[in-house]
Design a protein around this ligand. Structure first.
Ligand SMILES: O=C(O)CCC(=O)C(=O)O
Ligand SMILES: [Fe+2]
Length: 206
């Protein structure tokens, strides 16, 4: 029942906008197919010795903690950033905030299995303060959106579901955010995805 109720657009903080159900089901399915076509998903190793529980692959530039490079950790070229993904990001940002002319050149594609999560962090390895545009596919998750000062409160927990867009820019561009948990089994089986995919688009400024 709950799934049938429309969820309103919400400004979670200044410059941070949640657009529920922005991608149609066919677009979600095509996006999942594209994500399957990208190879090289890896658990990123952190300088503190930890390993991220998500598996990720990058397009355009390779993100590592804490910077961007032209080659992957294996020394292979980074997968290209496709034009259609830039177009999608441009349309999503325009729909969220009205900003035109967004030109992302990096995508981080994260896969969450039932137990994966992502600790609170800032996206601050880019040399541009252009917004981050995030797409969610598959299982829903709890997305924690905080403040620019600390990992702690105040923060707002937002449920991101398949097809949702979340944009953060302006005064929220450097806000701490993370994924405390996914909600396993909530994906529409017709999507053909067990788990959650998140794709964030950024402008590297490089
Ligand atoms: O999975 C998400 O919704 C957030 C991902 C994220 O914050 C990141 O890739 O930097
Ligand atoms: Fe992030």
């Amino acid at each position: 029942m709950d799934a049938l109720l429309p969820r309103p657009r919400a400004e979670i903080a200044p410059g941070a906008v949640h657009l529920p159900d922005w991608l149609g089901f066919d677009e979600q399915r095509e996006f999942v197919t594209a994500c399957r076509g990208w190879s090289g998903y890896r658990h990123t190793r952190l300088p503190n010795g930890g390993v991220m529980s998500v598996k990720s692959v990058c397009l355009g530039w390779h993100w590592y903690p804490y910077g961007y490079s032209r080659t992957t950790g294996e020394g292979t070229p980074v997968l290209p950033f496709p034009d259609w993904l830039g177009d999608l990001g441009r349309r999503a940002l325009a729909a969220a905030t009205g900003e035109e002319g967004y030109e992302p050149d990096v995508a981080l594609v994260n896969f969450y299995d039932a137990t994966a999560k992502m600790g609170l962090h800032q996206d601050k390895d880019e040399r541009s303060l252009a917004p981050v545009v995030s797409f969610s596919l598959g299982d829903a998750c709890v997305f924690r959106f905080g403040n620019t000062e600390t990992r702690g409160r105040p923060y707002t927990d937002v449920e991101l579901r398949s097809g949702d867009v979340f944009v953060f820019g302006g005064p929220s561009r450097l806000a701490y955010h993370g994924v405390p948990k996914t909600l396993p089994g909530t994906a529409d089986p017709a999507l053909g995805l067990t788990g959650r995919l998140n794709i964030t688009l950024r402008v590297s400024g490089l």
